[in-house]
Ligand binder design. Sequence first.
Ligand code: RRO
Length: 334
Amino acid sequence: MSNPTHNENTSSIEAVNRCVNKRISTRIAQVPLASFIFNASGPRCTEEDELNLLGASASAAIMTKSCTLEPREGNAEPRYQALPLGSIQSMGLHNLGYKAYLEMLPRLKQAISPQADKPIVVSVSGFSLADNLTMVKAFQASCADLIEVNFSCPNIEGKAQVGYDFEQTERALEQLCQLGSKPIGLKLPPYFDFSHFITMANIIKKFPVSFITCINSVGNTLVIDPETESAIIKPKGGFGGLCGDYIKPIGLANVRAFSQLLPSSIDIIGVGGIKTGTDAFEYLLAGASAVQVATCFEKEGIECFDRIAKELDSIMAAKQYSSIAAAKGKLKMI
Ligand code: RRO
């Protein structure tokens, strides 16, 4: 953890000792987290007050909304609609611009320390490799603990998801992984074919990528209201990212496939349809080292982290798993 007053080993040990519940504490790229559950880069993590709320909550980390070089208002409203089993959204990367987050990080760190040594994960989503290089370089020199590079935003008109372009992904990693020693991870889009899992895993293995986050929303889906005979969100002709329960089997499959293809030193963070301890436990069995919550956090608010953590803890206790490591990737075949 980045704490200038401690050496790295001492502060890591202290952080682990502070974990309230050892059964669901975990690590991402060797950075300790007090629980298996934190927020996804998505809802309620754009503004400083939202990030402070996460700092004071049971979320195991503070994850920021993906940022761009310049501030963005995002796409036109309505751009989010709740659905019975999740949501569809096309937020359009509304964020304060990376300089605002850079400036905010020491204040966030200060607010969460010394009560809880909670990592801060910054998410970057530039419009070009040059943008991403500028932002990652800046965050490498900041007090962020982990850097997640978002290669999978589906909601910017005219901009394809980098994670679906394997050559571009490889060219980007060649440069992004050379900018400093803070752990870098990739937020990936969902893949639906084994050839794609294998190609992406082989690219990732060539570079010092510390973690991957699977999956972003399922991009470019369409929900129609038959009463009004119209799409239910405005941007991109109604096409948007599908989230929530609908996508959990896709998220689980991506976590499972990558956990079988990547070395265990690369942590996998599961996202997609996590709203109960059972959902989190399923991702753990598939091979996740931690999970992030998006739609459930949007709908339920900050209390979801404590609730899901307690539910997961109860499930693990009932099944006599004493640690995340004991259950990680232990999916059985029939
Ligand atoms: O802001 C968004 O519209 C957005 C982003 Br950056 C992302 O990575 N995934 C998503 O579903 N929406």
